[in-house]
Write a protein that binds this ligand. Structure first.
Ligand SMILES: [Zn+2]
Length: 303
């Protein structure tokens, strides 16, 4: 009986050890993207709501964002292993948000260089307790093994990394979506990974500096990219017009909340009335827009 049980266990172990590979799409030579689903993070979101993926060079692989749980990270790793056996040299995080970074743990045994904005490590430190506490509500049993792994390469300004015959330009931006937004530009294919500096379809969410974001957008425009991988939503060739949409939403938010404050309205009133012209143009609008107003109202009050 015991022997039978042991044999059964041995048969089962590999099933658990090997994660189901995430579906990925090759959007340009050597660039693979997995699209998460548009779901709000607040309750049981499952860890798979943003765009994550990887770039393959001649000598190694760079992961760009790792998903919202170690399981999603392991599934991304499995997708990589289905495509190449080259070493995973870099795990790049575009910013601190949990849906983008909690898969890092799945790559620890690859001993990659973890890469992020110079302010990512301190942002992780500040949020560590809250994120780890919430992770069980966000992803349930997949929270097991979750940890925030800070960058071993902190990017200040601009820096290039080499994957062998392919270089990636990393740019650390001033506070916008968060205070630690990093973009990745692959010059071989003119592909720009924007992280959450660009939202497509999904309502842009603010956790950094609204006015700063409106300043960073024109800087992004000067990058000679032929396509962009946004933080959320489909890959877009016409990424400058996607930036127009985002910029229109953010500018409307700024203008409407400023006007509400000027008219002596309360935050609750502002939440009910502001930015209604953008309703219907974005996914998850009510919940995200409400949060955005709740965040920017108290800041704009002190202008
Ligand atoms: Zn984000």
């Amino acid at each position: 009986m015991l022997k039978k049980l042991l044999m059964l266990l041995m048969l089962w172990v590999p099933v658990f050890a090997v994660a189901e590979p995430l579906p990925v799409e090759q959007i340009a030579p050597g660039i693979y993207v997995h699209h998460g689903v548009h779901r709000d993070i607040d309750a049981d979101y499952g860890g798979d709501i943003c765009n994550i993926g990887f770039i393959v060079g001649n000598k190694g692989v760079a992961v760009i964002d790792s998903g919202g749980s170690p399981r999603i990270g392991a599934q991304l790793r499995e997708a990589i292993r289905n495509i190449t056996q080259l070493p995973i040299r870099y795990v790049i995080n575009t910013h601190v948000h949990p849906d983008h970074v909690f898969g890092n743990a799945a790559f620890k045994d690859d001993h990659p260089v973890f890469v992020g904005h110079e302010k990512l490590a301190s942002a992780m430190m500040q949020r560590r307790d809250a994120y780890l506490r919430n992770q069980i509500n966000w992803v349930g049993a997949d929270a097991a093994g979750s940890e925030l792994i800070p960058p071993t390469l902190a990017v200040h300004g601009s820096q290039t990394i080499d994957l062998g015959g392919r270089s990636l330009q990393l740019t650390a931006h001033a506070a916008a979506h968060t205070n630690n937004d990093l973009t990745v530009f692959d010059s071989a294919t003119a592909t720009l990974w924007t992280g959450d500096l660009l939202f497509v379809e999904r309502t842009p969410s603010i956790d950094g500096d609204l006015k700063g974001w409106l300043t960073v957008i024109p800087q992004l425009r000067s990058i000679p990219a032929q396509r962009a991988v946004p933080g959320h939503g489909p890959v877009v060739a016409d990424w400058r017009s996607a930036l127009d949409d985002e910029s229109r939403y953010l500018a409307t938010l700024l203008e409407d909340v400023r006007a509400a404050i000027k008219q002596g309205k309360s935050m609750e009133q502002a939440i009910g009335e502001s930015t209604q012209s953008e309703q219907g143009r974005w996914v998850l609008f009510d919940i995200v827009n409400r949060r955005n107003i709740g965040r920017v109202f108290p800041e704009l009050e002190w202008e």
